[in-house]
Design a protein around this ligand. Sequence first.
Ligand code: AP5
Length: 220
Amino acid sequence: MKIAMLGPVGVGKGTQIQRISERLNYTRLATGDLVRRHIEAGTELGRELKDYYERGEPVPDDVVMELVRPNLNPAGAWILDGFPRTMAQVHALDEELEKRSISLDKVIILEGPNDEELIERITSGRRQSLATGRVYHTEYDPPPEPGEGRDPGPFVQRDDDKEEALRRELEAYREEAEKIKEYYDEQGILAVVNADQDVPEVTEDIIEALGYPEERAPRA
Ligand code: AP5
């Protein structure tokens, strides 16, 4: 299956995709991670993207497409995380998929919490593991204890986890979200899932919206 998962910052896209991709053996393709990788590696592109990222502003569509293009494996099963998030990206993605004779099977939009609740989720305790990239919350989805051996951490805050940047990101999201929703609804591939529930309940609703796909064999 080829899936895109969208929704405002903090709604739980990363949290859900890491669970679903592990359970079904799908590849997660997160544009935010691709941007962060360039910034952390200090590439020329990374230096260009740092300001957008830290301000919570969308990076230019053509740059996003450059990052995504090599990863759209026609034979794979993948979930796009936070992409496409503008109508220009929607159309550019359609073009890329058409070239590969494939299409999206499902677009999941996570919705529910209001802006203040989304900001609270992040500023009150989001942590990301430097070892695995997994997202946690100190209260709602705590990182494992060191002895458990699941994820050694360390668990740190992201550089863009600041209220001002989050508000900018929410504003940019709202400008495009309704058009994107309508577009995929017209194509008959949209499912809206209530993200205002505990993490495991959201996961089950997503699996149901995907039609209970079969688990894929682990990659060799
Ligand atoms: P990106 O990294 O994609 O961030 P985002 O979309 O802003 O989303 P987040 O990762 O911040 O939130 P999330 O929905 O994944 O929530 P999470 O699971 O972490 O983008 C960052 C930047 O990169 C952008 O600002 C832009 O500059 C650039 N960029 C990326 N893609 C782009 C694109 N396509 N076009 C242009 N620019 C792009 O959960 C949040 C917290 O809540 C966690 O602590 C989690 O544990 C907790 N939580 C999750 N679910 C629940 C729940 N059900 N109940 C309680 N707590 C929960």
